[in-house]
Write a protein that binds this ligand. Sequence first.
Ligand SMILES: N[C@@H](CCC(=O)N[C@@H](CS)C(=O)NCC(=O)O)C(=O)O
Ligand code: FES
Length: 107
Amino acid sequence: MDASTRQRIDDLITTSPVVVFMKGNKLMPQCGFSNNVVQILQSLGVPFETFDVLSDMEIRQGIKEFSDWPTIPQVYVNGEFLGGSDILIEMYNSGELREKLEVALAS
Ligand SMILES: N[C@@H](CCC(=O)N[C@@H](CS)C(=O)NCC(=O)O)C(=O)O
Ligand code: FES
């Protein structure tokens, strides 16, 4: 990824405490994995921003390198990579996600 893509990602992950790189948007997720993450965050009632990687191939590829994670969706909390769909589902089911987000959003 070039320096300007890296800079854009640096900016994107701090637009909100919770940022989701996904396919599609909150109203119309374009993939079941992205939809999983949206449904989980909405069910917890936390505010979050999304970025549609289908609109930008540089970010779609760049975010994989940036996070060292090969797939979309990708969830960032306070500028740190948290995980994709499987990880979010697991953390949601264990209650860890609610706890983590409560702490993250309070800071
Ligand atoms: N097991 C993954 C599922 C996500 C996944 O497999 N994503 C694929 C299909 S949407 C992907 O991002 N492929 C590369 C791409 O489309 O750029 C997770 O936990 O998030
Ligand atoms: S777009 Fe086909 S699995 Fe996500």
